[in-house]
Design a protein around this ligand. Structure first.
Ligand code: ACO
Length: 409
């Protein structure tokens, strides 16, 4: 395929040999035109546009349009897309009865995997992944309804009534209102905070073939319906090595704070370096970025803006995070392994400052990543070379043997 890339399928056809590559460290599973990452340069492009330019010049729905259709919208296209998405923000009233079946203290990601998958039970007109019209309408529905579902999951855990969407607001503004308004008190929008939320969405919108996106592709490759494929992505994202890192990072900061704060960082870092401890510095490291995560730089800026806006510059948890960042960036262990803060190191701090409860962080990531998952699923289904995903294995178990009668085992 290229100077550094071997088409292993040809090799397999000629020799019957296949590769052994746990964790897909050196295996490309597809061609893609959506997102480009250069891990060494710390570069991230959506459809060719640098993330730094998109974060500053475009809102999340423009980014969604770009990821889905390949180009940024003009004004008329943007207005039409916004209207279409916002028109679909409500969920079927039956969904609340499904939600009410969960324990109030259920983790929001447990609830979200159920709710997203359940959407396929409501929209029979958009479950055929091979039908482009079905794919189009399911994409709009998923993008539109994710904020409503996340806000409903939150309101349910705190025992407040659900707040219905208000479609004349911005995408992020509507989400914040559904989260924070009550029937007794309207949500007073704060532009800085709404913009920060929109930026969180934009920075998390896609990230090529990460674990959850690969899960969506693999799940969708069987021809399952788009809602089910996206629900698989939500489930995969939940893990602490992936989308759950922002929650795990905040929990880690809280733990250090509760056990002595800044003065205990040295001890904590010692634990992280001890391979037997199993302790990792959450929010640090990335499979692809071995220089820096460009999203982290943008999220760090947002972090300062939000904390200034809320007068939280001296927030002890933020001070702790900054101290940890400084030590880790100078420490030989982290430098040698090219471990830098990733986007989730800062996004958790921003969300906490905005008032988002920690267990909801990953659900917000799922909301934002939904468009990326859909764009990748659509790209795969539209690819003439697309086949059901079916990795091989290197079998290392018992050789063939005979079953003994139970009395002889
Ligand atoms: N803290 C301490 N040591 C680490 C960390 C960390 N966060 N991350 C990697 N290392 C060490 C490993 O122990 C390994 O050390 P060794 O060479 O001495 O054995 C070395 O750095 C290389 O790490 P790998 O595990 O090989 O890196 P990999 O690419 O497989 O993992 C991952 C990447 C999963 C992101 C990892 O860095 C990690 O677990 N980070 C913390 C969780 C996190 O923040 N995830 C968010 C990812 S971004 C996102 O999903 C939006």
């Amino acid at each position: 395929i290229g100077p550094d890339v071997i088409d292993i399928r040809k090799l397999y056809a000629q020799t019957g040999k296949f590769t052994y590559d746990p964790g897909f460290l050196s295996t490309a599973s597809c061609n893609s035109t959506i997102t480009y990452i250069d891990g060494d340069k710390g570069e991230l492009l959506y459809r060719g546009y640098p993330i730094e330019q998109l974060a500053v010049n475009c809102d999340y729905l423009e980014t969604c349009y770009l990821l889905l259709y390949g180009e940024l919208p003009n004004e008329a296209e943007k207005a039409k897309f916004n209207e279409t998405v916002m028109h679909h923000t409500m969920v079927n009233e039956q969904m609340q009865f499904f939600l009410r079946g969960f324990r109030r203290d259920a983790h929001p990601m447990a609830v979200m995997t159920g709710l997203v998958s359940a959407l396929s039970a409501f929209y029979h007109d958009s479950t055929d992944v091979h039908n482009p019209e079905h794919r189009e309408i399911s994409a709009i529905r998923l993008i539109a309804k994710m904020p409503t579902l996340v806000a409903m999951a939150y309101k349910y855990t705190i025992g407040q009534p659900f707040i219905y969407p208000q479609n004349d607001l911005s995408y992020a503004g509507n989400f914040m209102r559904m989260m924070f308004a009550t029937p007794c008190e309207p949500y007073k929008p704060n532009e800085v905070l709404v913009r920060a939320m929109d930026r969180i969405f934009t920075l998390h919108a896609d990230h090529e073939q990460n674990a959850s996106t690969s899960t969506v592709r693999l799940c969708g490759s069987s021809g399952t319906n788009p809602f089910a494929a996206i629900a698989a992505g939500v489930a995969c994202l939940w893990g602490p090595a992936h989308g759950g890192a922002n929650e795990a990072c905040l929990n880690m900061l809280n733990d250090i704070q509760a056990n002595g704060g800044v003065g205990k960082i040295g001890e904590f870092i010692k634990q992280v370096k001890d391979k037997n401890s199993g302790v990792k510095l959450m929010g640090f490291g990335h499979r692809v970025y071995k220089n820096y995560d460009p999203r982290a730089k943008l999220m760090r800026e947002t972090c300062y803006e939000v904390l200034n806006e809320l007068g939280l510059q001296n927030d002890p948890l933020f001070e702790l995070a900054m101290k940890l960042e400084k030590i880790a960036l100078e420490d030989e262990y982290f430098v040698a392994r090219k471990l830098y803060p990733n986007v989730d190191f800062y996004s958790g701090i921003v969300q906490r400052a905005i008032g988002i409860p920690v267990p909801l962080f990953t659900a917000i990531f799922a909301l934002a990543r939904t468009v990326g998952w859909i764009a990748q699923l659509n790209e795969m289904i539209g690819d003439p070379e697309y086949k059901i995903g079916r990795p091989r294995q290197l079998f290392v178990g018992a050789p063939a043997r005979n079953v003994k009668p139970i009395g002889e085992r």
